[in-house]
Design a protein around this ligand. Structure first.
Ligand SMILES: [Zn+2]
Ligand SMILES: [Zn+2]
Length: 136
């Protein structure tokens, strides 16, 4: 796997400690919303502002390193760009998980039915995660 610094350089972004930290956190947690990113950043960079975090996030979105995952009824989360996948979200704990399922067939079918040329998709499945099921 590429190092975070290599990833930034490859996308023509300057390697800064804050950007490295954002990538590291997303590698570790998978999906984080902006508040979670901000709170973690504060531990290492006590003077960082929310505006700076947004700026870094947006630059990395523009460069194709991370993407925003829009979720129904809860804040968007950010993740590193990886292979196409769907998101499972737990209705109880709001945990977000990736599930790697090919979406080509669905998109192909949707294009056929609608005549659209699909460019982007955000598919979310909602339910109760295994750990919440065990608690009931
Ligand atoms: Zn849950
Ligand atoms: Zn994801």
């Amino acid at each position: 796997m590429k190092s975070s610094a290599e990833l930034l350089k490859e996308h023509q972004l300057k390697v800064t400690p804050q950007r490295l930290k954002i990538i590291k956190m997303l590698e570790e947690y998978g999906h984080l919303n902006v508040d979670e990113l901000y709170n973690e950043m504060l531990k290492e960079f006590p003077s960082v502002s929310l505006a700076t975090i947004y700026k870094n996030i947006n630059q990395m979105i523009d460069s194709g390193i991370i993407q925003e995952v829009k979720l129904p009824q809860t804040k968007s989360v950010y993740e590193l760009i990886k292979e196409p996948h769907l998101h499972m979200i737990c209705n109880i704990c709001l945990n977000v998980e990736d599930i790697i399922i090919g979406t080509d067939k669905i998109i192909e079918e949707a294009e056929k039915l609608s005549g659209y040329k699909i460019e982007d998709s955000f598919m979310t499945l909602r339910g109760i995660c295994p750990s919440c099921q065990n608690q009931s």
